[in-house]
Design a protein. Structure first.
Length: 332
């Protein structure tokens, strides 16, 4: 009986030891999970890295503190999903994204992304990045940079604007190679500068701005034919509406950029211009959130950016949309 009692005591002790060990392991795991959760909460880049995507939905893509981020369109001032991908300019459509990534203070690469932010292609772009766009189908990508060193440039600025066909791999590093028709006649000049591409639904035609001889024009381009033709003067940084009927753009006040720009909308069928309710000078390529609303970046006196929106018909008032961010694009 005493031996049985002794064996029973040993069994009970071993069982208790196993239970206590299991409890200890469970506690350690719980503590580790809590610590990891706290770390992710404290570090928004880690917390959201696996959740920021370009999958279509009611979300906005922006640059937040020089990183790619998404926010809800229904609560744009709410939580942000921030990816560990440094970008100074972003855009996306149909699951294809573009990020202009800084490689050093004076060196940048253009990175093409899939909807899960995986890199599909990357290459260096010259100069300082300024604009980026993706066609509605996700096939075509365009970018603009400021560059120096052109012999004709004396105190002004020069640009390089390129287009990539992600399906065929066709790459045009500068639109200056395209044949230009100005006001109905073939035109050649050393001082041609292009910027601000926006694509039509067929992935071949596009609109952009060209400057030459002190004048700036809206041009319509044909990627396959490598041609552009001027349509209207004093139209900069065009952005085509989702329905393809209007262009949001910045219009130099009195045709003089030194006086600032007025955000406006051009109706392509009639070429009628409607100034929008935003009266501050807007130096940006606006993005359409839908057929009724455009978004754009406004910088305060210290240079910090915010994303604002305004109705596209000239009515209403500007609205602060996403504070402390820039480079907006609608994901759906």
């Amino acid at each position: 009986m005493s031996a049985l009692t002794q064996r029973t005591r040993i069994a009970i002790l071993l069982a208790a030891t196993v239970v206590l060990a299991a409890v200890a392991i469970g506690y350690i795991r719980l503590a580790a999970d809590r610590t990891a959760t706290a770390d992710r909460t404290a570090d928004p880049f880690t917390a959201a890295a696996d959740r920021a995507t370009l999958v279509a939905g009611r979300r906005l893509l922006v640059v937040s503190d020089r990183h790619l981020a998404t926010v809800s369109r229904d609560n744009p001032n709410g939580p942000r999903r921030v990816a560990p991908l440094e970008c100074v300019r972003v855009y996306a459509a149909a699951g294809t994204g573009v990020c202009v990534r800084p490689d050093s203070p004076w060196s940048y690469s253009l990175v093409v992304l899939d909807q899960e932010l995986r890199e599909k292609r990357a290459f260096r772009v010259p100069g300082l990045p300024n604009r980026a766009r993706v066609s509605a189908s996700g096939r075509m990508v365009a970018w603009t940079t400021f560059v120096g060193g052109d012999s004709y440039n004396s105190g002004g600025f020069s640009t390089r604007t390129g287009i990539l066909d992600t399906r065929t791999g066709a790459l045009v590093s500068t639109l200056e190679k395209f044949a230009v028709t100005r006001e109905g006649r073939p035109y050649q000049a050393a001082d041609l500068n292009f910027w601000g591409v926006t694509f039509t639904a067929d992935d071949n035609r596009f609109y952009a701005t060209v400057s030459t001889a002190g004048r700036r024009y809206l041009v319509e381009g044909d990627f396959a034919a490598r041609t552009v033709r001027t349509l209207k003067e004093n139209v900069e940084c065009p952005s085509l509406s989702p329905d393809g009927t209007r262009i949001a753009f910045k219009e130099a006040v009195g045709a003089d950029p030194t006086r600032g720009w007025r955000l406006s909308v051009l109706e392509l069928a009639s070429m009628r211009v409607t100034p929008l309710a935003e009266t501050r000078s807007i130096d940006d390529q606006a993005a359409w959130l839908d057929n009724a609303t455009v978004a754009y970046t406004v910088r305060d006196s210290s240079g910090d950016p915010d994303v604002w929106s305004v109705p596209s018909d000239g009515s209403g008032t500007p609205r602060l949309l996403v504070p402390d961010s820039e480079s907006p694009a609608a994901l759906g």
